[in-house]
Design a protein around this ligand. Structure first.
Ligand SMILES: Cc1ncc(COP(=O)(O)O)c(C=O)c1O
Length: 391
């Protein structure tokens, strides 16, 4: 059988995720330390796990409504308003299988064949494939280190054509850790409004910002009606394996997404929805103490990692959010890909080549600091030795 001809052209042409590339090698190497995964090393707080166990004990094992438990949607609505001033009624909230499903749904609901979506480059690996799978065309907007790896309003406007439908705003950013402040977001949103586009704002790292409170695109003047807000529980509450997230949008857009979700998913896992509900209810009661505690630990590791990179002579701008450092390896005369391959082979430390996140990341590597301090300091020691050997 010639499977190349059997498999649909779009699925055939999208590349596998560059993040997972080295996983096989890492799993088989007992000496390897992975800074590759974008996943909290913390276990989900006990009260959240306990709520899921209790939901099972009570026999809550059936489907929920397609949009998710009403109580959960009410809590999400309240949470978004109290934490980030984003105003959504529970009817404008849908619970999804992680932010991942929300990204896919928003693109499939919005795009007609051939319509373009602007994607800051570098950014999270799933946007471009999801755009292609929805029949659209991803248009990268390069973000230069001179501008703190952030898109400028001029660069966004220059990339707009008659076919442009939406702009992805992925802040805090994976892989760069860049955060856009209110004025920077407003300047880009002015372009979005001027050209009558939709903002798809992936705010999954909203709780992980290290200088000031996260600014939600949905809370900016005149943006709620043209914003699809995506978020979830994976990062802030250390709940990656529970597969639960959510999307908020004006009722008409959400209705279109709900149809796709109904036919393809039915509902997010019931047990996970009860866990997510507990995350918000217990979080509210404690002032989100568990979230703040994890964030403080990430912050400590962040400063350690950034200092270590700068001390070994690799330029690394300070990430203001998420849990990634994105140093440049250009000074060593290596591409990110070469650096990652050689580092893994010689020092058994896995990092991700920056071009997995777009061409603009070619001279960088992404290092996740969602790893315990002992592992992190050993990894930075080995990276330091590797860098020294290349000078
Ligand atoms: C920017 C960004 N968006 C979405 C996701 C997917 O998150 P979830 O686990 O909620 O599907 C990730 C995961 O790494 C991410 O980094």
């Amino acid at each position: 059988m010639n499977y190349d001809e059997i498999i649909g052209k779009t699925a055939h042409s999208i590349p596998p995720s560059g993040i997972r590339r080295f996983f096989g090698i890492v799993e088989e190497d007992p000496d390897a330390i992975s800074l590759g995964v974008g996943e909290p090393d913390f276990v989900t707080p006990w009260e959240i796990r306990d709520a899921a166990i209790k939901s099972l004990q009570k026999g809550y094992t059936a489907y929920t409504s397609n949009s998710g438990l009403k109580r959960l949607r009410e809590e999400i609505s309240e949470y978004l308003f109290s934490r980030f001033n984003a105003k959504y009624s529970p009817d404008e909230v849908m619970v999804t299988i992680g932010a991942s499903e929300a990204i896919d749904l928003s693109l499939r609901a919005l795009l007609n064949a051939g319509e373009e979506v602007l994607v800051p480059d570098p950014s999270y690996v799933s946007y471009c494939p999801a755009i292609a799978l929805a029949g659209g065309v991803a248009v990268p907007v390069a973000c230069s280190p001179e501008n703190g790896l952030k898109p400028t309003p001029q660069a966004v406007e220059a990339a707009i054509t008659k076919k442009t439908k939406a702009v992805i705003l992925p802040y805090p950013n994976n892989p760069t850790g860049a955060v856009l402040n209110k004025a920077e977001l407003e300047a880009i949103c002015a372009v979005i409004k001027k050209h009558n586009l939709i903002a798809i704002s992936d705010e999954i790292y909203a709780e992980l910002t290290y200088s000031g409170r996260h600014v939600s695109v949905a809370a900016l003047d005149g943006m709620a009606e043209r914003t699809v807000l995506i978020s979830g529980f994976s990062k802030a509450f250390a709940m990656t394996g529970w597969r639960v997230g959510y999307v908020c949008a004006p009722a008409e857009i959400l209705g279109a997404m709900l149809k796709i979700h109904q036919y393809t998913i039915m509902c997010a896992p019931t047990m996970s929805q009860y866990a997510a509900l507990a995350a918000l209810v217990t979080g509210k009661e404690s002032g989100f103490a568990a979230v703040e505690e994890m964030r403080d630990k990430y912050d400590m590791r962040r400063r350690f990692v950034v200092n270590a990179f700068n001390e070994m002579g690799l330029q690394c701008s300070e990430p203001s959010g998420a849990f990634y450092a994105f140093p440049s390896v250009k000074s060593l005369g290596l591409t990110g890909e070469q650096f990652a391959e050689q580092l893994l082979r010689e020092k058994h430390v896995a990092v991700v080549p920056g071009d997995a996140f777009g061409a603009a990341g070619k001279e960088h590597v992404r290092c996740s600091y969602a790893t315990g301090m002992a592992q992190l300091s050993e990894a930075m020691k080995r990276i330091g030795e590797f860098v020294a050997s290349r000078k």
